[in-house]
Design a binder for this molecule. Sequence first.
Ligand SMILES: [Zn+2]
Length: 236
Amino acid sequence: MGLYRDQGVVLRTIRLGESDRIVTLVTQAHGKVRAVAKGVRKTKSRFGGRLEPTSHVSLLLYEGRELDIVTQAEALDHFKAIREDLDRLARATTMLEAVDQVAQERQPGARLYQMLVGGLRALAARNAPLLVPAFFLKLLALEGFQPVLDGCAGCGAPEPLVAFDLTVGGALCPACARGPRVSPEAVDLMQRILDGGLAGALNEPVTPATAEVATLATRAMEHHLERRLRSVTVLD
Ligand SMILES: [Zn+2]
């Protein structure tokens, strides 16, 4: 492969030696990529601030055996509104962390990359209460774990659906109920998010139902990742 071009979002960075960093990115064409950015921590780095978490960049990379090398990085989106607002930055970090967990190294996953760019653009435009929960639900669907919400995930019975447990597959009727309780409003919101009604759901103000969806979506994501998302606690 040698030298290659791609676009990506920086998920995290770690220090390497005196002045370098290892940058982890989710890219459009090469999945998750880990690359060395040389001299990035120097005051006069040629990369400027373009390789920080949430940075959306166009890259020229050199393929290495374990780590690639960033040779050029041009900013595509700055996401200033996110970086200048601690609450939005915490939400963005949660999305980056979830993507980092599901992305596979060097395995193309254009939809994951597009979802993250879309999520960050939406967050930069507006700090909607349901943005991160919606991102988690969409991510679960992308991973093949879309929760069943149009009937009981246990027995297929129609409404009422009174509980939600992703280990069973989604919403549950009174006979199959286990896991956390769920209100009809929260089931409806999750259905809208997953069924073409995302824009409308993002206009919802904070209500008990949006809080419920936030908790359920986080638990479902955590269950899928089998570990607690470290950055989620920052949002409480
Ligand atoms: Zn049932």
